[in-house]
Design a protein around this ligand. Structure first.
Ligand SMILES: [Zn+2]
Length: 387
C-alpha cells in the first residue's frame, strides 16, 4: 500500500514537472517578413529648443525582444521599424517599491507621479498618500491632457494618470475618478465600468469610431470615447491605437491652439502587446505591435511638422521572457520563458526638442521629472486653459 502511494506521488510529481516546463518553455516559429523599410523624415533640433507638447507612447509588456521579433516578422533583421528610427535611445529600470517584479500599476505610477509604489497601487505612496500626476500638475499651468488605450481606459496604465487608489482592480471607482479628473479627452474601452448618465453630464460620450471626427467631436469641451465593454476587441468596427491617437492629437492640438494653452500632454498605450505576451502568443503580439509602431510613425510625422512636440516611447516592463533563438529557412524559432512579467530593463526612445537627454540608464521615475523639466513646468505661471 505504502509503495503504491509513493508510486502515485512520483507520477504526479513528474506530470507537474512536465506541465511546468511545457507552459514556461513554449516554442513558436514565426515567418521572416519581406516588407521594405519605410524611411521616415527626421528633423534635427537645437539642444536649447524646448518642447511645448508631450506625447508619451507606451507599449505595455514591450521588451527589446518584442521589438526585435516584430522587426524580423515585418521585414527581416535589416528592416527598420518606426521605433528603430527614433533618434535618441536609453534604458529604463522597471522595479516597483518593494519588488523587483513590477505590474503595470506601479510602473505607470512612476511616470505619472514620479514615485515608486507597491504593485496594484495607482498614484498613491506605499502608505496611501495621493501624489499629483502629470495631467493634474499641468492642468493649473495652462495644459490640456488626453489619454488613449486599447484596454479599458480604467486599466492600470491610463488610470495611473488620474486615479489615486490602492487597487487597480476597483475599476468602477477608477471610472468615477476619471470623471472628476482634469483629463479632457479619454479614448479606449471600459463602457461597463462607467455610470453613463453621470459621464454624459460633463462629457461628449462616443461609442462609435465614426464619431472620432467632425465638428461635434472637435467642439466638445470634454470627450469620453468608449468603444468596447472592457478592452477593445480588434475588429474593423473598432478603432485601433493609431486611429484613436490620430484623433486625440487632432483634438488636443486644435484645442490648445484655439484657447492659447501652453501645450498639451497625451499618453497613448498599446495595451494588448502585454496580453498577447501573457498568452505566449507571438503571432498576435506581432499584430498588436504593428498598430503600436504605426502609431509611433504617425506621432513622429507630427513631431517633424509641428516642431514643438517631444515624443517619448517606452514600456512598463517586459512580458513573457521572450527569446529569439535561431533561424530555420525563412522562419525564426522563439521561446517564451514565463506567462508573467520579467524584470529586465526596457528601452526609452525620444524624438523632438529636448529628446537628447533621454539616453543612458534611467529609473522609470526619472522619466516623470525629465518630462516636467523638458517643458520647464516650474517656470510656468498658473493658468487654467479652459475651453
Ligand atoms: Zn501584464
Amino acid at each position: 500500500m505504502k509503495k503504491l502511494v509513493l508510486f502515485f506521488a512520483l507520477i504526479l510529481a513528474v506530470a507537474y514537472f512536465v506541465s511546468i516546463n511545457k507552459n514556461h518553455l513554449k516554442v513558436e516559429y514565426i515567418s521572416i517578413g519581406t516588407q521594405p523599410t519605410k524611411a521616415l523624415e527626421i528633423a534635427s533640433f537645437d539642444a536649447a529648443a524646448k518642447p511645448k507638447n508631450i506625447i508619451l507612447i507606451i507599449g505595455d509588456g514591450t521588451g527589446l525582444n518584442q521589438i526585435t521579433l516584430s522587426r524580423i516578422a515585418t521585414g527581416g533583421a535589416d528592416h527598420r521599424l518606426a521605433i528603430d528610427q527614433m533618434p535618441f535611445f536609453g534604458n529604463s529600470l522597471t522595479h516597483s517599491y518593494n519588488n523587483i517584479y513590477t505590474d503595470s500599476a506601479a510602473s505607470a505610477t512612476s511616470w505619472a507621479a514620479g514615485i515608486k509604489t507597491k504593485n496594484k497601487f495607482l498614484s498613491i505612496t506605499p502608505d496611501g498618500k495621493a501624489i499629483p500626476t502629470i495631467p493634474e500638475i499641468l492642468s493649473n499651468k495652462g495644459y490640456i491632457s488626453g489619454l488613449v488605450a486599447t484596454s479599458s481606459i480604467t486599466h492600470a496604465t491610463p488610470a495611473a494618470f488620474y486615479a489615486h487608489i490602492d487597487s487597480r482592480y476597483k475599476e468602477k471607482e477608477i471610472a468615477s475618478q476619471l470623471l472628476e479628473s482634469p483629463i479632457q479627452l479619454s479614448l479606449g474601452g471600459g463602457l461597463e465600468f462607467f455610470d453613463i448618465a453621470k459621464a454624459q453630464e460633463s462629457n461628449l460620450l462616443i461609442t462609435d469610431m465614426n464619431d472620432l471626427d467632425g465638428d461635434k467631436f472637435l467642439k466638445a469641451k470634454k470627450v469620453l470615447g468608449l468603444f468596447d465593454e472592457d478592452g477593445i476587441n480588434r475588429s474593423s468596427s473598432k478603432p485601433t491605437q493609431l486611429q484613436m491617437t490620430k484623433a486625440a492629437l487632432n483634438w488636443l492640438s486644435s484645442k490648445a491652439n484655439l484657447n492659447s494653452c501652453n501645450g498639451f500632454f497625451l499618453m497613448s498605450e498599446g495595451s494588448q502587446i502585454d496580453w498577447a505576451s501573457h498568452d505566449n502568443d507571438a503571432a498576435t503580439m506581432v499584430v498588436e505591435f504593428k498598430d503600436f509602431d504605426q502609431t509611433i510613425a504617425m506621432a513622429m510625422d507630427f513631431v517633424t511638422s509641428n516642431k514643438e512636440t517631444l515624443l517619448l516611447v517606452t514600456a512598463d516592463h517586459e512580458t513573457g521572457g521572450l527569446q529569439i533563438l535561431s533561424q530555420k529557412n525563412d522562419t525564426v524559432k522563439v521561446q517564451w520563458g514565463t506567462g508573467s512579467h520579467t524584470s529586465i530593463p526596457v528601452g526609452v526612445y525620444a524624438y523632438g526638442p529636448g529628446a537628447h537627454v533621454f539616453t543612458g540608464l534611467m529609473d522609470n521615475t526619472d522619466i516623470h521629472y525629465m518630462i516636467l523639466d523638458a517643458i520647464e513646468s516650474s517656470g510656468l505661471k498658473p493658468l487654467v486653459c479652459s475651453n
